[in-house]
Write a protein that binds this ligand. Structure first.
Ligand SMILES: Cc1ncc(COP(=O)(O)O)c(C=O)c1O
Length: 429
């Protein structure tokens, strides 16, 4: 079936708010390594990995074998009413790596559901529905997660089970404190957090939730230490800290296994999703036992941590560790970043290039201004696809290119993708 035919059927039966990339959207039907093929036979290098989810790339033999072995047992699902060996083993491994003392793990079926669980724990533990979140954040599509999302473009409703106050995100390029050096920037943001707590909250506050690098928000990277400075303030009032690692987890930032580790914070709760199953549905939270066990009613997630997803999760984690993909993200991400940074000076439409590891954002603006240029971002997306490269898009105004390939990206594939990107960006001049 042609893409045009499938698009017509899609438009008929799928919601209008489910955005598709490209003037002529594509269906990806095959994949191997960091390359995919569409339904009309075109091959692409994939630098967005199903929104950072195909963390190891496509058709990884070790992950396929683990999935096939589980399928061969005839048991894809049992429910959490029964013991699940894969689930317990994966929980042990994640707890150990989380950096959270006395950690317990709860598996869910999506990132949104994981954030919901984190908010439930914090609000119950602290007996408060008051939450701090960051401007320009994204935490999911359910009511509570939308409520802590600081981006109008992703907030389809103002209904909320929580009262939310928004602190500075550390998005330096568009911050009113952007001209300050790191130390002064952190001080200004911290003073603002104090003011937000003092002026917009009442009684106890349950938690602050933050992405260490904002994903949907356009891969905005705060100065290292900002979130640690925030936590110093939170600790004065026993406010819990939730690190949303849905995009930053598993070594993607290169320097660290979790994004929070760049900040000297110790999260009370950590949320994960996306890459862990390398495409299979798995997400969850890690929390100190005291916080995790604070619920007084039953709570389950039917599909959370099922035998199939956890088999894939175990194989993915084993592969990630044995191939030291965090180190690869650091090395290859550094090469990509270095290969793009000079465009800030040579291409007037490139306002900012930022990132860590394999999370790189290129913010496009009208030349000579900081006015977001959404049209230029769309043009680059089309041009790169035309040249055989898939990338992502994001940011508050949809003007930030997002580059987040599988963590297995090789030097040769990185060089090829970089060349395509540079050509498409240079063509904006
Ligand atoms: C940081 C962050 N948190 C939560 C979510 C929600 O995850 P899901 O789409 O699996 O519900 C996302 C999804 O992009 C995310 O980027």
């Amino acid at each position: 079936m042609s893409h045009a035919d499938l698009l017509a059927r899609h438009r008929q039966v799928m919601p209008s708010w489910l955005g598709l990339y490209y003037e002529q959207p594509i269906e990806i039907v095959r994949g191997s390594g960091c390359r995919v093929t569409d339904a009309e036979g075109r091959e692409y290098l994939d630098f967005f990995a199903g929104i950072l989810t195909n963390m190891l790339g496509y058709d990884v033999p070790e992950v396929r074998a683990a999935i096939e072995a589980q399928v061969a047992t005839g048991v894809l699902h049992t429910s959490t009413l029964y013991l699940i060996g894969n689930q317990v083993e994966l929980a042990e491994k994640i707890a150990e790596r989380s950096g959270i003392p006395d950690a317990k793990v709860f598996f869910t079926a999506s990132g949104s559901e994981a954030i919901e669980a984190a908010l439930l724990l914090c609000t119950q533990y602290r007996q408060s529905n008051s939450i701090l979140a960051l401007r320009n954040s994204y935490h999911g599509r359910s009511f509570a997660t939308m409520a802590v999302t600081g981006n109008r473009g992703w907030s389809a409703s103002s209904l909320s089970p929580v009262n939310v106050s928004y602190a500075q995100s550390g998005y330096r390029y568009r911050s009113s404190f952007g001209h300050l050096d790191d130390a002064a920037f952190i001080e200004a943001c911290s003073a603002d957090l104090r003011e937000v707590i003092d002026t917009t909250t009442a009684r106890d506050v349950a938690c602050l939730i933050a992405e260490p690098i904002q994903g949907v928000g356009g891969f905005t990277v705060p100065p290292d230490g900002l979130l640690g400075a925030y936590q110093d303030i939170l600790l004065e009032q026993d406010i819990l800290y939730v690190s949303d690692e849905v995009q930053t987890g598993w070594g993607r930032t290169g320097e660290h296994f979790w994004g929070y580790q760049a900040h000297g914070v110790a999260p009370d709760v950590l949320t994960f999703a996306k890459g862990l199953g390398n495409g299979l549905t798995i997400a969850g939270i890690v929390a100190r036992a005291e916080v995790m066990d604070c619920l007084s009613a039953n709570s389950i997630s039917t599909f959370g941590g099922n035998p199939l997803s956890t088999a894939a999760g175990l194989a993915t984690l084993a592969y990630l560790t044995s191939h030291d993909l965090q180190a690869n993200a650091h090395k290859i991400g550094g090469q990509l970043l270095a290969g793009l940074r000079d465009l800030v000076d040579s291409v007037p439409a490139v306002g900012d290039v930022r990132g860590k590891g394999l999370m790189i954002g290129v913010e496009l603006v009208r030349p000579g201004t900081k006015t977001p240029d959404t049209t230029a971002a769309a043009r680059v997306l089309e041009a790169t696809r035309e040249a055989g490269l898939l990338i992502g898009k994001g940011g508050l105004y949809g003007n930030v290119l997002r580059i987040a390939p599988p963590l297995t990206l090789t030097d040769a594939d990185a060089a090829q993708g970089l060349q395509i990107l540079r050509t498409a960006l240079t063509d904006l001049t």
